[in-house]
Design a protein around this ligand. Structure first.
Ligand SMILES: [Mg+2]
Length: 201
């Protein structure tokens, strides 16, 4: 299936050429716009695979659009630029731009730039997904550990103050949780706070 692409370039002739070249290369140009703000809106609603953005455009400049797209992780971004200034390159990298096209570009420059940007975006999404999964796992482990510490403290109190055996202390916590349809951890916290004693409830 053809990759869906949005282009934003305020010079109509360049925009038309770019669109024709992309179509000839087999891409699906779902929108071509002359304003940055409209390009951002189109990316948000149409969710293309990539956006090719001019730098200087009315409404919103291409780097600001790139920054917003990057912050919302919407799609790959290729910047169209007439200059190759170092400051712009750095700004673009910070805005999450994944490839450049320097004007005047040729049809042969397009595919490598777009494919590079698409590959980098996919890789970034994979890494973000993996990081999210690791954070989730870490959170769950921390929760388990915290519950374990609280259960141990509650058991210790039940054993010290009420002379329950360890297994009876645990059974008391478990049964109270079941009877009250609560969590064992919450029951344990009540025991630690002195708000729950065996023999009463
Ligand atoms: Mg322009």
């Amino acid at each position: 299936m053809a990759q869906r692409i949005i282009i934003a370039e305020d010079e109509a002739i360049i925009r038309r050429d770019l669109k024709e070249m992309l179509i000839a290369e087999g891409y699906d140009v779902v929108a071509d716009l002359g304003r940055g703000d409209e390009a951002l809106e189109a990316v948000r609603t149409m969710r293309p695979a990539a956006a090719v953005l001019d730098v200087k455009m009315p409404g919103m400049d291409g780097l600001s659009v790139a920054e917003a797209i990057n912050a919302e992780q919407l799609c790959a971004v290729i910047i169209l630029t007439a200059f190759s200034q170092r400051s712009l390159v750095e700004q673009a990298r910070e805005a999450g731009v994944m490839a450049y096209l320097v004007k005047p570009f040729q049809a042969g420059d397009l595919v490598p730039a777009i494919e590079l940007a698409l590959a980098r975006f996919d890789e970034k999404m994979l890494v973000e997904g993996e990081l999210e999964r690791i954070h989730d796992e870490h959170r769950k482990l921390e929760e388990k550990l915290e519950t374990r510490v609280i259960l141990d403290r509650a058991k210790a109190r039940l054993m010290d103050e009420y002379q329950l055996s360890e297994s009876d202390a645990f059974r008391f916590l478990q049964k109270t949780a079941m009877d009250t349809r609560g969590k064992v951890k919450d029951v344990a916290e009540r025991v630690i706070d002195g708000n729950l004693k065996p023999g009463r409830s």
